[in-house]
Ligand binder design. Sequence first.
Ligand SMILES: [Cu+2]
Length: 129
Amino acid sequence: MAFADIVIENAWVRATTGTNKVSAGYAAIVNTGPQADQLQSVSTPIAMMTEVHESKATNGVMSMEPVDTLTVPANGRVELKPGSYHLMIMNVTQPLKVGDMVDVTFNFKIKGAVTVKAKVLPLAATKFE
Ligand SMILES: [Cu+2]
């Protein structure tokens, strides 16, 4: 029996331009259940590979690294946002145009798969709107 209940809010991805085949995705992961859950992987039909990354500033230099599992606390939320956790969407197979909607599936240890529609926002976007 699953005690985690996960809702994905405000999912969005960055538009691609020209021959760019890399995008980034963001969302708020809300756990309304009394048990923590873990995000284990993410996929989308519009890209060959999607990873969860964390951006960090070290001595003023931004870098990012893959995150194996991302824990979403009981009755808590984790924000995927610029400068923090994000989805790295690689080898995008089609141009992502502003206003398009793309399916993104988040796979959790307890909850299982949660698929949401993510809105394509302009390259310069900093938050869902
Ligand atoms: Cu990244």
